[in-house]
Design a protein around this ligand. Structure first.
Ligand SMILES: Nc1ncnc2c1ncn2[C@@H]1O[C@H](COP(=O)(O)OP(=O)(O)OP(=O)(O)O)[C@@H](O)[C@H]1O
Ligand SMILES: [Mg+2]
Length: 483
């Protein structure tokens, strides 16, 4: 910007000098328009085709008195220099172009009109001219009186003036104007860039809630100014929108998958149940009491399964919608764990798996929603028993610390493969896929446990080694947290 201002200042100075010169030349040519005429009318300069040199040099002297820059020449009709008052060696050409003289006399062009300076044929100067008549030869003009104005003399005087106070004042004025323009432009720029910066901040703020998505697609690596920054912010925004779009698409895909899974899982027990009941109706008479009882048991088992599935789905939907808020209260965690162990005792004995509580008798309390935590423990212990073979061990342990109590459910069962580990908390995820369907697994238990603990501000962690066992860990608050 400074460069532009300086360039503009220099250009302005040049234009000023040029226009001053043009103005001077026009003015000077106008003022001296009749100078040549006076000289011509003063005395005949040519008579009988002969140049009167004496009269010419005398008139030249007089003209110089009127205008010291005037240089007088007598020209023939074709522009040949017939006479002048200079030493002969100073005149370089012997003929000059009469075009500008005719232009001036006929006033066919606006002033200033410039003609050749015979002493310096390369440069052009303003002049005054008038036709010269030979009194003894009346058929036409004998030539012209050609007065070069401001010849070399003008240059000398102009050079003297160029260092004057006036010139310096003009220069200082221009510099001051340039400074003022620079200051004004700087203010304007800072005003504009401040607004740009604000815009950048706004756009950046838009992307800030997801800082992990702030990967510029192809932003400027090292922003140099606010506009680069704005461009980067726009790129950030674009990439955020892009990622949000793909996460929306992924969500949509998951939702479709979920619906397919749900309908599949609901349909299987329903059709089985329907099949048994229909058989019972059709073959009512022919069935013996034991088979009938068997059919009824199977139908009942599938109805219970269906009920559990619907209950699980309902719970998950409630947790997701946020309409389920845990009711926090202080309760005895030890007692709860004993109750849950009691619930599974029979199942454990049947499976010949030992179910232990560690430490067995320490009284530990927690601050949480008791029925939801019971649900978590049931899911975890249920899984542990389900996936632990005969002779294995399942243990529930509590480790109170100053701020929280750590709960873990560990088993010595089959373990979970490394690939499956990150997915076990997904809805409908079962490591063995459809093979688990027969034993009533739906892959919802861990998803529910995870959501419940999230509602408690806690996180469920899992460590597992194949064929060695699995262990789930989570923390519960000991007391109500200060709001
Ligand atoms: N203790 C465990 N040992 C080995 N694998 C486990 C254990 N707990 C969970 N898993 C694996 O994680 C998967 C998901 O468990 P989750 O409790 O969500 O579903 P599920 O037990 O199969 O069915 P549901 O709990 O809905 O009846 C299980 O299918 C199983 O493969
Ligand atoms: Mg389960």
């Amino acid at each position: 910007m400074l460069a532009i201002v300086v360039l503009l200042g220099a250009a302005f100075y040049q234009v000023d000098r040029y226009s001053v010169r043009m103005y001077y030349e026009e003015l000077s040519q106008r003022l001296n328009a009749s100078l040549a005429m006076y000289v011509v009318n003063a005395e005949p300069l040519i008579s009988g085709g002969q140049v009167d040199d004496e009269a010419l040099s005398e008139l030249a002297g007089r003209a110089m008195v009127i205008n010291p820059t005037a240089e007088i020449y007598l020209l023939g009709a074709d522009g040949t220099i017939l006479g002048h008052a200079f030493p002969p060696e100073e005149i370089v050409v012997d003929r000059i172009d009469t075009g500008p003289i005719l232009d001036l006399l006929s006033e066919s062009r606006p002033l200033p009109i410039k003609g050749v300076d015979p002493r310096e044929p390369g440069s052009r100067r303003i002049f005054s001219a008038f036709p010269v008549v030979d009194p003894e030869d009346t058929n036409g003009d004998a030539g012209y009186l050609y007065v070069v104005l401001g010849g070399t003399h003008y240059e000398v005087v102009a050079a003297q003036v160029s260092g004057s106070d006036k010139q310096r004042m003009v220069a200082a004025g221009i510099v001051l104007l340039m400074l003022a323009a620079f200051v004004a432009a700087t203010l304007l720029f800072s005003f504009l860039t401040r607004r740009l910066r604000k815009l950048t901040a706004d756009v950046t703020e838009f992307t800030e809630p997801h800082p992990e998505m702030n990967n510029p697609i192809d932003g400027v690596a090292q922003p140099r100014d606010e506009i680069d920054q704005l461009r980067n912010a726009c790129h950030f925004m674009a990439s955020t929108i892009q990622q949000q779009m793909s996460s929306l698409q992924e969500n949509d895909r998951l939702r479709r998958e979920l619906v397919t899974n749900i309908s599949h899982d609901l349909r299987t027990p329903l059709t089985t149940m329907q099949g048994y009941i229909e058989t019972l109706i059709i073959k009512d008479e022919t069935l013996d009491a034991v088979t009938r009882r068997q059919y009824l048991d199977t139908a009942c088992k599938h109805a219970a399964h269906l009920g559990r599935l619907i209950q699980d789905l309902f719970e998950l939907a409630m947790f997701d919608s946020g309409s389920a808020t845990p009711v926090f209260e202080e309760f005895s965690l030890t007692e709860l764990i004993h109750d849950v162990a009691q619930e599974f005792r029979l199942q454990a004995d049947e499976a010949q798996v030992s179910l232990q509580i560690d430490p067995p008798d320490e009284a530990v309390s927690a601050y949480a929603d008791i029925s939801l935590i019971q649900r978590v423990l049931e899911n975890l212990v249920g899984n542990a028993l389900k996936y632990t073979p005969r002779g294995g061990k399942v243990s529930i342990s509590v480790r109170p610390s100053s701020a929280a109590v750590g709960v873990s459910v560990a088993d010595t069962g089959a373990g979970i493969s490394e690939q499956a580990l990150p997915r076990i908390f997904d809805r409908f995820y079962r490591e063995n896929g459809d093979a688990d369907e027969g034993n009533g697994s739906m892959g919802l238990g861990l998803a529910i446990a995870k959501r419940i603990l999230e509602l408690h501000g806690s996180e469920i962690r899992v460590t597992s080694e194949e064929r060695r066992g699995t262990r789930f860990d989570f923390d519960l608050p000991l007391q109500a947290r200060a709001a």
